[in-house]
Design a protein around this ligand. Structure first.
Ligand code: KIV
Length: 269
């Protein structure tokens, strides 16, 4: 018997019962179908599409039209997984613009939740979306859309004042109505503190093993991405002598569920 579609309540129940949430990015219907089949709980149409599919160096050039298009493709491939789509750079610079673009991703694309790179500047935006019943995932820690402001893709929250600010941000974003907090590239200990400080699910990418779920970019975990990859990436194709995509995806799902991924070598201190 196939399990029922995942929704926000399922994700909350998984947090409350310590069942790791398995997440992955996808950008088209074929991969969406495969990850759904392998039991992935949440699929993100990330603006990482700009780097792994479109060939840009950053996520900055990605547009709402791009995400809308890829969301449509992915939604056609899913039957059980929960679908989240990124609001790209500068597509949520005012509350009204954020609402208009979120409605597009949900109505045209089929997204069930939108993700934005948040912090103190975005509390009002998250509140506005939440007041209009738009589910929101707030992404903090390393925010790739801010790469030109930060000066590179770097681990965040290593100094105590930055870590405290991140903990306060996570709590404030939850109070503003965020349904999921996503943490990227932070020390494992900070990932643990934030996860224990909020009641909504916390998904990590390079945020250590103590969060409620893990996400990876599908091209990274299938070994398609060439050149250096971040420390948290595990190439699951390299793990399997058969080089079979379904086995690699299934192994990722199994390792997140069992807590084998992330191991120490994928984490930051
Ligand atoms: O765009 C993306 O794929 C993301 C993940 C790295 C979490 O934001």
């Amino acid at each position: 018997m196939s399990s029922p579609p995942v929704n926000v309540s399922t994700l909350r129940e998984m947090k409350n019962s310590d069942q790791p949430i398995v997440c992955i990015t996808a950008y088209d219907a074929s991969f969406a179908q495969l990850v759904d089949m392998c039991g992935v709980d949440l699929v993100l149409v990330g603006d990482s599409v700009g780097m792994v599919v479109q060939g840009y160096d950053t996520t900055v050039p990605v547009t709402v039209d791009d995400i809308c298009y890829h969301t449509k493709l992915v939604s056609r491939g899913l039957s059980r997984s929960y679908l989240v789509s990124d609001l790209p750079f500068m597509s949520y610079s005012s509350a009204d613009q954020a609402l208009e673009n979120s409605v597009r991703l949900m109505q045209e694309g089929g997204a069930m939740m939108v993700k934005l790179e948040g912090g103190s500047g975005q509390y009002g935006i998250v509140e506005h979306l939440s007041n209009h019943d738009i589910p929101v995932c707030a992404h903090i820690g390393l925010k790739p859309q801010s790469v030109h402001k930060i000066g590179g893709f770097k681990v965040q929250g290593r100094d105590q004042s930055q870590a405290n600010r991140m903990i306060d941000d996570a709590k404030a974003l939850e109070s503003a109505g965020a349904d999921i907090i996503l943490l990227e590239c932070i020390p494992s200990e900070l990932g643990k503190v934030i996860t224990e400080s909020v009641s909504v699910p916390v998904i990590g990418i390079g945020a250590g093993p103590h969060v409620d779920g893990q996400i990876l970019v599908i091209y990274d975990l299938l070994g398609i991405t060439q050149g250096p990859t971040p420390r948290f990436v595990k190439d699951y194709m390299a793990e399997k002598e058969t080089h079979n995509i379904i086995e690699a995806l299934a192994l990722y799902v199994e390792e997140v569920r069992s807590g084998k991924y992330p191991a120490k070598e994928h984490c930051f201190s």
